[in-house]
Design a protein around this ligand. Structure first.
Ligand code: ZN
Length: 281
């Protein structure tokens, strides 16, 4: 059972906290947006008329904070624009973060890892990358990996590489969190499964960018996918996994409150139900 701890929230606020067993998960939003479908691959005019009738779909750029088994764990860092303010609103200082887990190394996920002087923004945290993601960005040519290389250097021996697996996620050295291999958007893209007191929740990174369109139509990809065909196959697998097992999800680009349920849709694909509908959102 997952529910919002506080009902004193407004539409599209930057921080909201959910209970997952005895753990909590907080959405930390950098950006609320309405995106045009220009970058989608395979979204037919019929699909867009039905699922983006105003020519835009809701989206966001989120990080998440998990408090689980006595640890304070950040999952991605967004662009880093509002991250520290959002953490502060939860009474958390950067020094208190024990670990940062990264779903993949795009700039809207690793943007908050360094402070303005290039030092680690989380001085006491271990930094977790999947080995495949790390190796991919190390080898990329050109300047697209400049930030990644700076981060790797700054975190030094606090960088921890792990190997995610599927269909069952692999253990991490952090109690209550496991790593599910979800390649396609990037080669080492990883989702993180939280488990506490019989409750589960999957933080699925960039499994969707246009949730309102890609749940009913998981075959729609986006130009940011490194391998769009693999991203589509992974999305189909993970949607089936969470719907079958009734595991709620949280997504880095799902619009506020960014946490909800996935169910099979009778007609086509899947449906996403955010966990705040009871309050009229
Ligand atoms: Zn992203």
């Amino acid at each position: 059972m997952v529910f919002a701890i506080s009902d004193a929230y407004t539409r599209e606020q930057d921080v909201i906290t959910f209970q997952v067993g005895e753990a909590t998960l907080s959405t930390l939003t950098d950006v609320h947006s309405r995106n045009t479908p220009a970058n989608l691959i395979g979204a037919t005019p019929e699909i867009l008329r039905k699922y983006a009738p105003e020519g835009v779909y809701p989206a966001a750029i989120n990080a998440f904070l998990a408090r689980i088994n006595g640890k304070t764990i950040l999952i991605d860092t967004g662009l880093g624009q509002k991250l520290k303010d959002n953490l502060r609103s939860l009474g958390t200082d950067p020094e208190q973060i024990d670990a940062v887990l990264i779903t993949h190394a795009h700039g809207d996920h690793i943007g908050g890892l360094l402070d303005s002087s290039g030092k680690p923004a989380f001085p006491n945290a271990d930094l977790y990358f999947s080995k495949a993601e790390h190796d991919y960005w190390k080898a990329v040519s050109g300047k697209s990996n400049a930030l990644f290389l700076k981060i790797v250097e700054a975190y030094g021996d606090r960088l921890k590489l792990f190997v995610p697996s599927e269909p069952e996620p692999s253990n991490l050295p952090l109690a209550g969190i496991r790593a599910l291999s979800t390649p396609g958007h990037t080669p080492g893209h990883t989702a993180f499964l939280l488990e506490s007191d019989g409750s589960k929740l999957l933080v699925w990174g960039d499994l969707t960018h246009a949730t309102a369109i890609q749940l009913p139509h998981p075959e729609v990809a986006i130009t940011y996918d490194v391998d769009p065909a693999q991203a589509v196959a992974t999305r189909a697998k993970v949607l089936e996994y969470v719907a079958e097992n009734k595991i709620p999800v949280a997504g880095m680009h799902i619009a506020f409150p960014s946490v909800g349920d996935v169910r099979k849709n009778d007609g086509q694909g899947y449906l996403f139900s955010p966990f705040c509908t009871c309050l009229g959102i």
